[in-house]
Design a protein. Structure first.
Length: 100
């Protein structure tokens, strides 16, 4: 070995032996990863069911739909009232012009 600066890696060689960084084998770790993720998902679903999350969400969605429907009905009733008011004005104008 020749002289080298401190902290610089050896030229052309990486670490060897037990300290060497191995390339992780995805095919070997994938089943364990899937099992862990499945367990986490199942746990999350269990907690959500036990806390009533889905019931609360269903009620809120129902309330939102009901309020949207009420707003829509109110909007169309205002449109209808405006149309009737305009129609009454047009009818009055035509009657007045016919009398003259």
């Amino acid at each position: 070995r020749g002289p080298r600066s401190e902290g610089a890696p050896a030229e052309g060689r990486g670490m060897e032996g037990n300290l060497a960084l191995r390339t992780p084998s995805l095919t070997r770790r994938l089943p364990a990863l899937c099992a862990v993720m499945f367990g986490l998902g199942a746990g999350l679903e269990y907690v959500m069911c036990k806390t009533g999350f889905y019931n609360v969400t269903g009620v809120k969605e129902g309330q939102k739909a009901a309020s949207q429907k009420a707003e829509e009905e109110e909007f169309w009733s205002r449109v209808k009232a405006r149309r009737e008011a305009r129609q009454a004005q047009v009818t009055l104008r035509t009657e007045c012009s016919e009398q003259l």
